[in-house]
Design a protein around this ligand. Structure first.
Ligand SMILES: Cc1ncc(COP(=O)(O)O)c(C=O)c1O
Length: 446
């Protein structure tokens, strides 16, 4: 099979669209390029009318499914009133309301919102805010960051510099700032739940060693509870509490990247709530507009905000993007927050968790190759034993993607990790379709 058998729209796409995170030649060798005509709820429909269950919420953004009527209506209303204005010297109702509601969600611990349009930009902003804050305090020597092994924060050069995924970094090594990497608290290192505390303690020890021996550190940046792009590596809230304590003790900022895990994905609106801590800076994006429009936001503590408040222009934060605080995107985010009030989201998640837990554990009984079945909130993952370490995990991921599509399932494994990030409104039909499809795939890979 090659791209000549793709529908005409996909073939045209290959002529002019450079697709993200893709070796384009793989499509010529048969990796499918779906040509999607429309989407509704949890389902994608291609140009030939085939339906696919979006089991990963389209790169983790469509929290309430596709084209939710409340979001569509809100965006349409907003478009008729105010499409866009710059946010420098001007303001508007949606951005003010959104900032107020986000501040309230953080119990006013993170009461100042700085906007951008994508996750990587939010990370850049958080890193710059931290360094610039210390500079304003006369501590220019604090200019490096500590990231966590296998952490992922986006693809721009600043975000990539604190990302620890060799596949994404290795071509740009000379362009990346030098930072530190602490051990991952990934609980798969434990052989049983009894070993969770030592795994957590070891990861904290690794971080403390770095903080103790280097005095040029501005901030620690990490993805709380789940290192998603690493392959859904999960850790204990105890780790987050430990990191908060260390950051306080060594006087460095804590930046939590909740771009993937925020907006309810882990069972609370912010993942850090489960540890009872707040960071100094928190990044949100992806689900904040329910998967409708690009928006990201960095929420900042009052201390950081005050560190920039001055008569000197240069001590202010002069960062900007043309679409900062775009009214359409802010309105979509407000409508997404409405949905958290309209639906009993966390109750629905529990029902979904019970059904998928049960189904996945049953599949595991018959699938010895399924390892480390794990869940955090409404993120599920397991690793497939695909043979010796030298086995081509990326090749496996592409083949699994293709086989899943044949089952009407949109899944994109990360290496040999298969994961689910369902929409919060999945019902029985979606759960059954997903489990049946996975069951078939696991039989094929047995
Ligand atoms: C934790 C985390 N941070 C940052 C990003 C980058 O976000 P974006 O792709 O919107 O730039 C991602 C994207 O997957 C992410 O998972």
């Amino acid at each position: 099979m090659n791209s000549n058998s793709f529908p005409p729209l996909a073939q045209r796409s290959l002529q002019t669209v450079w697709h993200p995170c893709t070796q384009m030649q793989h499509h010529d060798h048969g990796v499918p390029l779906l040509a999607i005509k429309r989407a509704s709820g949890a389902w994608l429909y291609d140009v030939d009318g085939n339906a696919y269950l979006d089991a990963i919420s389209s790169w983790w953004v469509n929290l309430f499914g596709h084209s939710h009527p409340h979001l569509v209506q809100a965006i349409s209303d907003q478009a008729q009133q105010l499409d866009h204005i710059m946010l420098c010297g001007l303001t508007h109702e949606p951005v003010v309301q959104l900032s107020e509601r986000l501040a309230a969600l953080s119990s006013h611990r993170l009461g100042h919102a700085f906007y951008a349009s994508d996750g990587a930009s939010a990370v850049e902003i958080a890193l710059k805010l931290s360094v610039h804050y210390w500079r304003n305090q006369g501590q220019e020597h604090k200019h490096r960051f500590v990231g966590i092994a296998q952490g992922y924060h986006g693809e721009t050069l600043g975000a990539l510099a604190v990302t620890d995924v060799p596949l994404f970094r290795e071509n740009y090594g000379a362009q990346l700032g030098q930072h530190y990497t602490a051990a991952s608290p990934d609980l798969r290192q434990a052989h049983s739940p009894d070993e969770h505390p030592p795994v957590t303690a070891k990861a904290l020890q690794s971080l403390e060693q770095i903080l103790e021996s280097h005095h040029d550190i501005a901030a620690v940046i990490l993805e709380p509870l789940v290192q998603c792009a690493a392959g859904m590596q999960m850790h204990s809230p105890d780790y987050l509490r430990g990191v908060r304590e260390l950051c306080d003790r060594y006087q460095v900022h804590l930046i939590l990247d909740e771009i993937a895990v925020g907006c309810g994905r882990t069972g609370t609106f912010f993942a850090c709530e489960q540890a009872g801590i707040w960071p100094d800076l928190l990044c949100l994006s992806k689900g904040i507009t329910g998967g409708t429009l690009p928006l990201s936001v960095v929420l900042s503590s009052p201390t950081i905000y005050q560190g920039f408040y001055d008569s000197d222009l240069r001590r202010g934060f002069l960062h900007s993007h043309s679409y900062t605080g775009n009214p359409l995107a802010c309105r979509a985010a407000l409508a997404t927050l409405d949905l958290f009030q309209q639906y009993p989201v966390y109750e629905l998640q529990k029902t979904l968790a019970q059904a998928l837990d049960e189904g996945l554990h049953t599949l595991k009984l018959h699938s010895p190759k399924m390892q480390h079945l794990r869940r955090c909130g409404v993120i599920w993952a397991f690793d497939l034993d695909t043979g010796p370490a030298r086995y081509d995990h990326q090749g496996f991921a592409r083949r699994f993607y293709r086989s899943a599509l044949q089952q009407g399932l949109m899944l994109r494994p990360i290496g040999n990790t298969v994961y689910l990030m369902p929409g919060y409104l999945w019902g029985t039909q979606e759960v059954e379709h997903c489990l049946n499809g996975l069951g078939q795939l696991l039989r094929e890979y047995a």
